[in-house]
Design a protein around this ligand. Structure first.
Ligand code: NAP
Length: 342
């Protein structure tokens, strides 16, 4: 069994990945921006039923500072670098996301190299693969890169593409044998473990609370957080995965309307407020003039981004859950944990 450092233990994916590593018998260290959040992580690991959670070590480290990273990587065989800013709204200055994402990844890689870590698996994103290409029917694969000068490239998208590029450039130029693998997930859904869940699940929250009164004409790709965690662990040890990127998605995109329908048909009363109507794109464009939140969705209207998960399935024997299973799992967990109140 290996000693694994997971960065960002407070996060949706970070906490699930720790739980999965513990269930497989690995020793885990995780970084937090502040050790004050340790009890929150412990609670999430308890909700996940993770065995041996009292054995997890916690180290304070921020992506924007050098402090703590050498302690965090000490003794680790592998690093799963998951932490990166994932905000609910667009920042005024794109560098609020780009700088921590890029410089943080470089800090982690440098520390890992200096400590003799074998492989770093970096959580990148489909945001580094399939954005900035305008409307297209093509099916994106791991050979594709986001076009930073193209349409629909938000500061978050840019932060993920820039950070992943910087990571590959670093291992090529100064890695000194350190292996890198990236996982490029689409929108992550699946069960939340506590109130601090990622922005992706807010879509389900707003459907269940009735805040989303009509479904926008958006089709999205999904993947279950448990499957993304599993893919990181497979990528961590598979000899085939060194130097590779892996797209992580369930399959074909699903529309917001299909999600709302699945919630209504499977959750009964709990999904009574999920939208039954579809909102026309022109109305959303108009309303977005006054709503910064809607403005973020406008570039997605009518855009379908198809991608292929064959590489992860074939090389790493990865078998993801369906779109429907992962969105229903998000919804059921929000209901079960009483997180629909706000
Ligand atoms: P999340 O719950 O918001 O987790 C983000 C994590 O990054 C948190 O632990 C957060 O710590 C940490 N972080 C942010 N800024 C930091 C900084 N300056 N220093 C140290 N840690 C920092 O979102 P998530 O979905 O689990 O995201 C995990 C990874 O998956 C990210 O790399 C994200 O880009 C990627 N991803 C997510 C999705 C998705 O749909 N959710 C899709 C594709 C890729 P705090 O709790 O202290 O803020």
């Amino acid at each position: 069994m290996a000693h694994v450092l997971v960065t960002g233990g407070t996060g949706f994916l970070g906490s699930h990945t720790i739980a999965r590593l513990l269930a497989s018998g690995h020793k885990v260290t995780t970084t937090l921006r502040s050790l004050k959040r340790q009890p929150d992580v412990e609670k999430m690991l308890a909700v996940a039923g993770a065995p041996g959670r009292e054995g997890v070590s916690y180290v304070e480290a921020d992506l924007t500072s050098d402090a703590g990273w050498d302690r965090a990587v000490a003794g680790a065989d592998h690093v799963l670098h998951i932490a990166s800013p994932f905000p609910g709204s667009r920042p005024k200055d794109e560098n609020e996301l780009i700088v921590p994402a890029r410089d943080g990844a470089l800090r982690v890689l440098r520390a890992a190299r200096d400590a003799g870590v074998r492989r770093v698996v970096l959580t990148s994103s489909f945001a580094a693969v399939g954005y900035g290409h305008g409307p297209t029917d093509r099916v994106f694969t791991e050979a594709d890169w986001t076009n930073l000068d193209g349409p629909g490239v938000t500061p978050y998208v840019k932060s993920k593409a820039v950070a992943e590029r910087a990571a590959w450039d670093f291992v090529a130029a100064e890695g000194n044998g350190l292996e890198l693998t990236t996982i490029n997930p689409v929108g992550i859904f699946g069960p939340v473990l506590g109130p601090d869940y990622a922005g992706s699940v807010r879509i389900i929250h707003s459907m269940l609370t009735g805040a989303m009164r009509a479904a926008p004409p958006i089709r999205t790709n999904t993947v279950d957080v448990r499957d993304v965690a599993e893919l990181h662990i497979k990528a961590m040890t598979s000899p085939a995965a060194a130097g590779q990127r892996y797209l992580a998605l369930a399959g074909e995109p699903i529309s917001f309307q299909q999600i709302a329908l699945a919630l209504r048909s499977q959750l009964g009363e709990a999904a009574a407020k999920a939208p039954t109507r579809s909102a026309p794109a022109w109305l959303l464009r108009l309303l977005s003039i006054a709503s910064p939140q809607l403005r973020e969705t406008v570039p997605q209207l009518g855009v379908v981004r198809r991608a292929d998960n064959a590489k992860a399935r074939e090389q790493l024997d990865w078998a993801p859950r369906s779109n429907e299973e992962s969105v229903l799992a998000s919804a059921r967990s929000l209901v079960r944990l009483g997180l629909l109140a706000d």
